[in-house]
Design a protein around this ligand. Structure first.
Ligand SMILES: Nc1ncnc2c1ncn2[C@@H]1O[C@H](COP(=O)(O)OP(=O)(O)OP(=O)(O)O)[C@@H](O)[C@H]1O
Length: 247
């Protein structure tokens, strides 16, 4: 689904690389958390999947396509396969909930008949069936994020990318958004989500890829926000525990 082969990205020659020799494979149907300190490269990695950024070296493959080989004119078509959700929702403020979701389908040329079925269906899935004619400012933050998710998945993309989707929400609203993302994932959509929120990662027990200064320092199939100490039986245990407490 998504493959990074030795990918490095340096934004400017003076800066240290934002990503350094990243090799990573994400399979169909996985739910993957990207975690790591601010500036560790999570958003850069997501932008590379979208082909908003290109690697300085290495190769990115998404849905069987080598992105470096993709001509610019084909990028918009390629992006139809990717739903994207951000921390700040990015809704069209002068359009209703219905229109926000329908707009995505209009842009890609879907028929009126298709739109009039698909939009109510997806609004039901995200729990907003009764709020189709509201404007974004008439909704709570959690509801606005549900509209953004509806818009991202209405065309049933195989991949959903979420960059800190709960960053502006309180914990109970975030839990609802996570339940929704989990349900979308159970429907077969591959989900890649960058987050700083330990409690969310800990509660889901999904794959965790941790970045540190542009490198992968941990990739666990079912992990927590922080590395869990293994039950060592050698004498290094005390030293390791000390390091963990300081971290
Ligand atoms: N467009 C850009 N131009 C120059 N440098 C950039 C650009 N975008 C990111 N960087 C740098 O690349 C590094 C990684 O940034 P990135 O935004 O990918 O990290 P992040 O893990 O998503 O951080 P955060 O959690 O704060 O969103 C940082 O050092 C950042 O300053």
């Amino acid at each position: 689904m998504i493959r990074f082969d030795e990918v490095s990205k340096t934004y400017s020659r003076k800066a240290r690389p934002a990503l350094e020799s990243i090799s990573l494979e994400i399979l169909k149907g996985e739910f993957v958390f990207l975690v790591g300190a601010s500036g560790s490269g999570k958003s850069t990695l997501i932008r590379m999947v979208l082909r908003e950024e290109r690697p300085t070296s290495g190769e990115v493959h998404v849905l069987g396509q080598r992105l470096q080989a993709l001509p610019s004119r084909r990028v918009p078509f390629f992006r139809r396969n990717l739903g994207v959700v951000f921390q700040d929702f990015r809704l069209l403020h002068n359009k209703t909930v219905y229109e926000n979701v329908a707009f995505t389908l209009q842009v890609i040329g879907k028929s009126r008949g298709f739109i009039s079925e698909a939009v109510p269906d997806v609004l039901k899935i995200v729990g907003l069936a009764g709020k189709a004619s509201r404007l974004p400012h008439e909704l709570s933050g959690g509801e606005q994020q549900r509209v953004a998710i509806a818009r991202a998945v209405v065309n049933r993309p195989p991949i959903l990318l979420a960059d800190e989707p709960t960053g502006n929400l309180d914990p109970s609203t975030s839990a609802g958004i996570m339940a929704l993302l989990a349900r979308i994932n159970e429907g077969g959509t591959t989900v890649v989500m960058a987050t700083h929120e330990a409690s969310i990662v800990d509660s889901m027990q999904k794959r965790v890829v941790e970045l540190d200064a542009g490198r992968i320092m941990r990739d666990e199939a079912s992990g927590s926000y922080r590395r869990q100490l293994a039950a060592y039986d050698d004498e290094d245990q005390d030293a390791d525990e000390g390091a963990e407490v300081r971290a």
